[in-house]
Design a protein. Structure first.
Lengths: 211, 547
C-alpha cells in the first residue's frame, strides 16, 4: 500500500518538486551572478566600463533553454491533471451540494449527511452543485479542488488509498462564514463503509460538525 | 543626444505656471505634465498608505486564530477594500500616471504630452473614481464584501454597497484609457528630431506598450462592470445562473481585462529597471532590442492567458490545458528581461546607490514571483494551490515585490530630478533593507501555508497554521514601519535635503540633461538626438555637474 492518501498526491508533489527545484537553481543562479557582478565590477575598483550591446547567441540560449524547461513543466502538469480528471466509468458516485455555509453529501440509497464517507481503494466521483453562490470543494490532503456552481454540475474524482480522516474546505469566497465551511472526508475500509451505508440508525443529516 | 541644452538656475516648473493663476489654482488647473504627475503622486501615495493600513489591520486580525480585532463581516470588507484600493487606485495608475507623466515627455524630448488638457481631465476622472469608492464605504449599507474580483453570483447576492464601488472602477477605467491614448499619441507624434523608436529609452518603450493594453483591455472591464450593475439593479440574467445567466462568462470577461491589467502594473516597472541599471552600471543596456520587443511581446501574449485564473472554475478541460500552455509561453519574455538586466551589470562600473539596491531587491523578489507563477501555470499543481495563500504570496511577490519595489526605486531614482533635492543615502539603504526583510517575513510563509492547504480570504484558520500566520503578521509590522520610515525621510529631504544638481547619478537619458527641477517647458530648444539612449560616452560632453 502506498503511504500517501491518494496516488495523485505523489504526482502533484513530484511536479511541484520538479518546478520548484528548477526554480531554486535559476533564482540562486541569477542572484549569485548579480551579487558577484556588483562586487567584481564595483565602481570603487576603478574599472573602465565596457559597452556590450548584446550577444545574439546568449539571447538564443536564454530563450531556447527556458522554453524547453517550461514545456517540460507544462507536460508534467498536464499529464498529472489528465490522470486525475479521467475518472473510470464504474466510479462510485456521491452527490455533493454546497450552500452558504455547509456541505451535504447524498448517497444512492438516500442517506444524506454533512460529512463525506468514502470506501477505501474505490474510485469516487463527486457530482457537485450549489444551492446558491459559487463554492469550491477542496481536499488539501488529496491536492484537489473544483468549483461548485448553481445551475451546473461539476465533478471531482479521487481514489483514497489510506483509511483516515481529512479536511474539506471551501476554496471559493462565498461570504460571511466562508472560512467556517470545514468538514471531513472519512475513508473507511470497504466492508465497514458498506456496513455504515446500510445502517439507517446511523445519524442522518445533520450530524456532528467536526473541526 | 542633447547638446548643451542646459542652463541651470532658470525658473523651475514650481515657480512658473502654465496658467494665469498663482497658488493652489495654478496647480488644480495646470496642464503641465510635471505638475499633473506630482498631483497624481500625492493622491496615489495617499491611497497606497490607506491600503497599507488596511493590510496591517487584516494581518492583525489573522495574528491568532478566532476573533482578534474585528468580526468576519468587517474582515471581508477589509480584504475587499485592500484589494480594490491597491489595484485600482495604486498599482494600475501608479507608475504611468506619476512617472510616465513626469518623465515620458522629457525622455523623448517633448515639452508636454500630446493632449495636456485631456491629461488634467484624466487626473480629475481618477479623483472622481476614488471619491466614489470612498463614498461607498461611508454610505449606509456597509462596505463592499465581494473581494476585488466581484465574482457572480455572490456580488449579486451581497447586501453591501456593491454597485457604487463598481461604478468607481468603471470611472477609473476612463482615466486609464485616456492616459494610455495620450501616451501613445505623444510617443508617435512628439519625439524630438532624431529620436527613432529604437533610440527611445526603455521606460518609454514599456510605458508605450502599457498604454496599448490600457486602451484595448480596459473597455472590456468597463462593459462587464456595467452589466453587473444592470444585473444587480434589474436582474437582466446575463451572469446570474438563477436567471439563466452564466457566472463563468463573468469570470472570462473579468479576467480578459484583469489579466492584461497585471501587465499594465508590471511593464512600466520593468521600464524603470531598464533605466536604473545602465545609469548605476554606467554602461549601455545589454540586449536593448530584446528588452524593447519583449515588452510588446508581453503586451500581446498577455491577452491570451486570462483563463489561467480559472483552472478550477468548471471550465472545459480542453480550455484548461490550452491556457496552461499559453501561460508558460508568456513567462519567457519576462525571463529574457531578467537575463538581460543581469548581463547589463557585466563589465560595468557599478555604484550600488539606493535606487540600484531597490532594483537588486526587485530582481530577487520578482524572480520568486515569476518562478512561483510556473507552479500556478502547471495544471496538476495549480488545482491544489489555486485560491490558497500560495496564490496570495505569488501575486504579492509579483505586484508588490515587483511593481511596489520599483515604485520605491523610481521615487529614489527620480527624486532629485523632480524636487531638486537629495535624500540621505544611509537612511535610504536602511529603507531597502527593512522593506526586504519585512516583505520576506510577511509573504514567504504564505507559500508554505498555501501548499499546506490554507485557502485565501479566510477570516479564521485551523490551528496548524497559527505559527506561520504569526510570523506573517510580524512581517507586516516591519514592512509597514519601513514604508512610513521611507515616506518620513523623503518628506524631510523634500524641505531640508541638500540641493541635487542636474545630474547626481551620472545618467544620460534626456531628463539628466536639463536642470533639477526642470523648467516649465523642459527644454529651451528641442534637442536633436544623435546618441543611442544609454551611450555613456556623452557624460564627458555633458557639461553638467554631477557628484
Amino acid at each position: 500500500m502506498s503511504p500517501v492518501p491518494t496516488q495523485h498526491v505523489e504526482t502533484v508533489d513530484f511536479v511541484m518538486l520538479y518546478i520548484v527545484g528548477i526554480s531554486v537553481i535559476l533564482l540562486l543562479g541569477i542572484t549569485a551572478v548579480m551579487i558577484y557582478f556588483v562586487f567584481k565590477y564595483n565602481r570603487k575598483k576603478g574599472h573602465q566600463p565596457v559597452d556590450i550591446h548584446g550577444n545574439i547567441w546568449l539571447e538564443i540560449i536564454w530563450i531556447v533553454v527556458p522554453t524547453l524547461l517550461v514545456l517540460s513543466m507544462f507536460y508534467f502538469g498536464y499529464t498529472g491533471f489528465r490522470d486525475y480528471r479521467d475518472i473510470p466509468d464504474n466510479a462510485y458516485v456521491i452527490q455533493a451540494t454546497a450552500r452558504m455555509w455547509a456541505w451535504e453529501f447524498a448517497y444512492e440509497n438516500g442517506k444524506k449527511l454533512d460529512t463525506l464517507y468514502v470506501p477505501q481503494g474505490i474510485p469516487i466521483k463527486l457530482e457537485m452543485k450549489s444551492a446558491d453562490v459559487t463554492h469550491s470543494l477542496y481536499i488539501p490532503a488529496f491536492r484537489i479542488k473544483e468549483d461548485v456552481m448553481f445551475g451546473k454540475t461539476t465533478y471531482l474524482g479521487f481514489t483514497a488509498e489510506q483509511v483516515g480522516s481529512y479536511d474539506i474546505a471551501c476554496a471559493e469566497y462565498c461570504g460571511l462564514n466562508h472560512s467556517m465551511m470545514y468538514t471531513k472526508v472519512k475513508v473507511l475500509p470497504e466492508v465497514q463503509f458498506n456496513e455504515w451505508l446500510s445502517k439507517k440508525d446511523e445519524p442522518v443529516y445533520p450530524t456532528e460538525m467536526e473541526k | 543626444m542633447a547638446n548643451g541644452t542646459t542652463t541651470v538656475n532658470e525658473k523651475s516648473f514650481y515657480q512658473q505656471s502654465t496658467n494665469k493663476y498663482s497658488g493652489i489654482l495654478s496647480w488644480l488647473l495646470t496642464t503641465d505634465h510635471k505638475r499633473i504627475g506630482i498631483m497624481y503622486g500625492v493622491t496615489i501615495l495617499f491611497f497606497f498608505l490607506v491600503g497599507v493600513i488596511l493590510g496591517v489591520l487584516m494581518r492583525l486580525e489573522l495574528m491568532a486564530p478566532g476573533k482578534t480585532i474585528v468580526d468576519a463581516q468587517t474582515y471581508n470588507s477589509l480584504f475587499t477594500l485592500h484589494g480594490v484600493i491597491m489595484i485600482f487606485l495604486f498599482i494600475i495608475p501608479g507608475l504611468p500616471a506619476i512617472f510616465g507623466n513626469f518623465f515620458l515627455p522629457i525622455q523623448i524630448g517633448a515639452r508636454d504630452v500630446a493632449f495636456p488638457r485631456l491629461n488634467l481631465l484624466s487626473y480629475y476622472i481618477y479623483v472622481a473614481g476614488a471619491l466614489l469608492a470612498l463614498l461607498a464605504v461611508i454610505l449606509p449599507g456597509g462596505a463592499i464584501d465581494t473581494g476585488w474580483t466581484f465574482y457572480i453570483p455572490y456580488s449579486i447576492r451581497s447586501n453591501t454597497n456593491v454597485s457604487l464601488p463598481l461604478l468607481a472602477a468603471f470611472v477609473l477605467g476612463f482615466s486609464s484609457i485616456l492616459t494610455g491614448l495620450n501616451f501613445i499619441t505623444t510617443v508617435h507624434r512628439m519625439r524630438a528630431p532624431g529620436m527613432t523608436f529604437f533610440k527611445m529609452p526603455l521606460f518609454v518603450w514599456a510605458t508605450y506598450a502599457t498604454a496599448w493594453i490600457q486602451i484595448i483591455a480596459t473597455p472590456v472591464i468597463g462593459i462587464t462592470i456595467v452589466l453587473v450593475i444592470l444585473e444587480r439593479l434589474f436582474g437582466v440574467g446575463i451572469f446570474d445562473p438563477a436567471l439563466g445567466g452564466d457566472p463563468i462568462l463573468f469570470q472570462h470577461l473579468f479576467w480578459i481585462y484583469s489579466h492584461p491589467a497585471v501587465y499594465i502594473m508590471i511593464l512600466p516597472a520593468m521600464g524603470v529597471v531598464s533605466e536604473i541599471i545602465p545609469t548605476f552600471a554606467r554602461r549601455t543596456i545589454f540586449g536593448y532590442k530584446a528588452i524593447a520587443i519583449s515588452s510588446l511581446a508581453i503586451a500581446f501574449v498577455g491577452y491570451l492567458v486570462w483563463a489561467h485564473h480559472m483552472f478550477t472554475s468548471g471550465m472545459s478541460d480542453t480550455a484548461r490545458w490550452i491556457f496552461s500552455l499559453l501561460t508558460f509561453i508568456v513567462a519567457l519574455p519576462s525571463g529574457v528581461k531578467i537575463f538581460n538586466w543581469v548581463a547589463t551589470m557585466y563589465k560595468g562600473s557599478i555604484d550600488p546607490k539606493p535606487p540600484f539596491l531597490w532594483v537588486m531587491s526587485f530582481i530577487f523578489l520578482f524572480s520568486i514571483g515569476g518562478l512561483t507563477g510556473l507552479v500556478l501555470g502547471s495544471l496538476a499543481t495549480d488545482i491544489h494551490v489555486h485560491d490558497t495563500y500560495f496564490v496570495v504570496a505569488h501575486f504579492h511577490f509579483v505586484m508588490f515585490g515587483g511593481t511596489g519595489t520599483i515604485f520605491f526605486a523610481a521615487i529614489h531614482y527620480w527624486f532629485p530630478k523632480m524636487f531638486g533635492r537629495l535624500y540621505n543615502d544611509k537612511l535610504a539603504t536602511l529603507g531597502v533593507l527593512g522593506f526586504f526583510i519585512g516583505f520576506m517575513l510577511l509573504y514567504f510563509p504564505k507559500f508554505i501555508m498555501g501548499y499546506m492547504g490554507m485557502p485565501r480570504r479566510y477570516y479564521d484558520y485551523l490551528p496548524e497554521f497559527a505559527s506561520l500566520q504569526l510570523i506573517s503578521t510580524i512581517g507586516s509590522w516591519v514592512l509597514a514601519a519601513t514604508i512610513f520610515f521611507i515616506v518620513g525621510y523623503l518628506i524631510h529631504a523634500l524641505f531640508k535635503g541638500p540641493k541635487a544638481g542636474s545630474n547626481p547619478w551620472g545618467g544620460v537619458t534626456l531628463e539628466w540633461h536639463i536642470q533639477s527641477p526642470p523648467t516649465m517647458e523642459n527644454f529651451k530648444e528641442i534637442p536633436k538626438i544623435t546618441h543611442e539612449p544609454y551611450d555613456f560616452s556623452q557624460l564627458k560632453e555633458m557639461k553638467n555637474e554631477y557628484s
